[in-house]
Write a protein that binds this ligand. Structure first.
Ligand SMILES: *[C@@H]1O[C@H](CO)[C@@H](O)[C@H](O)[C@H]1NC(C)=O
Length: 659
């Protein structure tokens, strides 16, 4: 993706949008909070090194940090408040804008945007746009990608006449990250015309000159390799005259970067056997020499998405800045630009399965492991309630300081020992008491994967899922006394019903289920009355799709949830590891109308919750410098020996099968 030049795009787009007057804000009706796997630990900045330093292999580090300590990774953070009104009617202010490149004459910016929906579910919204920036007022962006098509990773040729992009094409995306297969297309930068398939099974194009294009591809031998294509643009139909693999098998090389100012050099990211870290190397194609750029400086850090400066003097890359290198502490709550600021504010929280207390003053969340509570304004910092593995969280509506959760392994089989518990914080209404007596009461018995408790608004009942019959179905039990106080079955069938949420008006229970294709990996959202009548499906993301973690709006008329409806928004290999980078947050009316996308990024967003309490849209920092800064993983599917299942089962937060 992205991280590289995204920051410039952010500034540019912000300028465009800020021409417009601030919208009139009516009182927002609530707040939505969600989780993004690992995101709060990224803290990326852009760094650069002089290329001539590499040959000298001197020990002093002339590494330069180009960005200022505000994470240079993602467009949707932090949001100005109030959010600007879009100047252009097509422009979703919350959309991702990525990979900007200026044409050589500086007249136009070419970039990826997710502003316009795709025509079908599970199709990416990413497409290439061109905005003329030398005219005032700015012209409307021009879409260069045809309707119904997605494009990633655009690269403008040195002359500016042609743009290459990676497109999933008709075969599209098969469902898992590593299954994203793209082909390279070129088209005229001016208007998208003469779009031509150049190389099949290729991604991340970059130009050395107008006749030489580099790209990456995962080969049949399992290794990512960098390739060179010689391009003939002299005819009506552009074509590649030869394609040649540059990097040998035996290690991964990907996300190549070239520059007309550095002929004969290609910068790549590599993952070499024996290293868990992604490093930048520069290849001298003439001599076949590989120069290590980042390993000598920071051996135990991931480096992403290199670039070579136009004059060929420097190689740049992204790295988490770490501690002692400036920048702010991680955010507990990161304000994300809400696409409907009159309806709700939107936050990413540094934890999983968040839920608000009924008065909105506190948030419970889990750390996988660990259960935590924090004041919604961040004051006092996070308080650890217990350290075992718990998921998810919900608060009793009537009894103050009572949180329901389930304790045991997540993503486990029907018979795994997991039980629903009520955690009483014992501090009644005061949120900062340190002398509180936490008590934990087990509500289910027998431990057959009892999880996802959600209380009825009158505080009398709990709906939860259980594997006690051999299948995961929904049950309702007494909220105070648990099973001992009475239990009845809500759903019944040889499939998985899970992730249930009871509406605030008491009328409905929403849940995720694979009942349309039991065991097939696809989940959709269904609703049923607490008396087992009225069952219907609300959201379905195509037959293989995943739509999970429903949570009712305060008025019970809509749901927030996570889904793969918009597929991926960038080549997943350009990011740290996300089990399911297609997870985005959406809302929909309970009658199935009014689908709205809330998040636009290339990460895994999941486990949303909705409170009537309005949290002002501003960032809230962790009070302590959290440990684990920069401690994120590289894409597990680069690990040739790894079993993807092992990783997938561990802690996906979005919509993994079998939650
Ligand atoms: C079931 O509950 C719904 C919603 O409260 C109600 O409209 C309906 O009449 C109930 N049906 C039965 C058979 O009790």
């Amino acid at each position: 993706m992205s991280m590289a030049r995204r920051r410039a795009a952010l500034l540019f787009v912000a300028l465009l949008l800020l021409f417009a007057a601030s919208p009139a804000l009516s009182a927002a009706a609530g707040t939505i909070v969600f989780t993004t796997l690992g995101r709060s630990r990224y803290a990326f900045d852009i760094f650069a090194l002089p290329l001539n330093h590499l040959a000298l292999s001197s020990s002093s580090s002339p590494e330069l940090r180009l960005t200022d300590g505000i994470s240079a990774l993602e467009l949707d953070s932090p949001s100005p408040s109030p959010p600007p009104t879009p100047l252009l009617p097509w422009s979703d202010p919350a959309a991702l804008r990525d990979r900007p490149t200026l044409t050589r004459d500086g007249s136009r910016l070419i970039y990826v945007s997710t502003a316009l929906p795709a025509a079908a579910p599970r199709r990416s919204w990413a497409a290439v746009y061109s905005t003329r920036i030398t005219h005032s007022p700015a012209h409307a962006p021009r879409r260069l990608t045809p309707p119904g098509v997605a494009d990633f990773s655009p690269a403008v040729s040195p002359s500016g006449d042609w743009t290459a992009a990676a497109s999933p094409g008709a075969a599209g995306w098969a469902g898992e990250v590593q299954d994203l297969r793209t082909d390279l297309y070129v088209f005229r930068t001016s208007d998208g015309s003469r779009r031509t398939l150049l190389v099949e099974d290729a991604g991340w194009p970059c130009w050395a000159d107008d006749a030489t294009l580099f790209f990456h591809r995962r080969d049949a031998d399992g290794w990512y390799g960098v390739y060179r294509a010689n391009i003939d643009l002299s005819h009506d139909a552009p074509s590649s005259t030869s394609v040649e693999r540059i990097t040998p098998p035996g290690f991964h090389a990907f996300t190549p970067a070239a520059s007309p100012g550095a002929p004969g050099l290609v910068a790549v990211a590599t993952r070499r056997p024996g290293s868990d870290y992604r490093h930048i190397e520069v290849i001298d194609l003439t001599s076949g020499t590989y120069f290590e750029v980042t390993r000598p400086l920071a051996p135990r850090a991931h480096h992403f998405n290199p670039f070579l400066s136009p004059d060929g003097a420097r190689v740049g890359y992204h790295r988490c800045r770490g501690s002692g290198n400036g920048g702010s502490p991680p955010l507990l709550l990161e304000s994300i630009r809400s696409p409907a600021p009159d309806a709700f504010s939107l936050f990413r929280i540094d934890g999983s399965y968040p839920s608000f207390s009924p008065d909105g003053k506190r948030i419970a969340f889990v750390g996988l492991p660990g259960l935590y509570v924090v004041n919604s304004d961040g004051s006092g910092g996070r308080k650890k309630i217990f350290s075992g593995n718990a998921f998810p969280t919900s608060w009793d509506w009537k009894r103050k300081g009572v949180i329901y959760t389930s304790v045991g392994p997540d993503f486990a089989s029907e018979s795994t020992e997991v039980d629903v518990v009520a955690v009483s914080l014992g501090d009644d209404s005061s949120s900062s008491s340190s002398s509180s007596q936490v008590s934990i009461k087990k509500l289910t018995v027998g431990g057959k994967n009892n999880a996802f408790p959600s209380p009825s608004p009158d505080g009398k009942w709990l709906v939860f899922r259980s594997g006690r019959s051999g299948h995961k179905n929904l049950y309702i039990m007494d909220a105070e006394d648990g099973e001992a106080g009475g239990i009845r079955r809500l759903t019944d069938g040889p499939w998985s019903d899970t992730m249930c949420n009871w509406s605030p008006d008491g009328e409905w229970i929403a849940f995720a289920s694979d009942r349309h294709n039991p065991g097939g990996g696809s989940f959709s959202i269904y609703m049923v009355h607490p008396n087992s009548t009225g069952l219907r499906r609300v959201v379905h993301s195509a037959d293989a799709g995943r739509t999970n973690h429903p949570w009712f709006s305060p008025d019970s008329k809509s749901l927030v949830f996570t889904s793969d409806l918009a597929a991926v928004s960038a080549e997943p290999i350009s990011n740290p590891h996300h089990y399911q980078p297609y997870g985005e947050i959406f809302t929909i009316n309970i009658d199935g109308s009014g689908l709205r996308r809330l998040t636009h990024n290339s990460f895994e967003d999941g486990t949303p919750a909705w409170t009537p309490y309005f949290v002002q849209p501003r960032d809230v920092s962790e009070t302590l410098q959290a440990s684990g800064m920069c401690a994120f993983e590289d894409c597990y599917w680069l690990d040739i020996d790894a079993q993807p299942e092992d990783h997938g089962l561990r802690y996906a937060h979005g919509n993994k099968i079998g939650c």
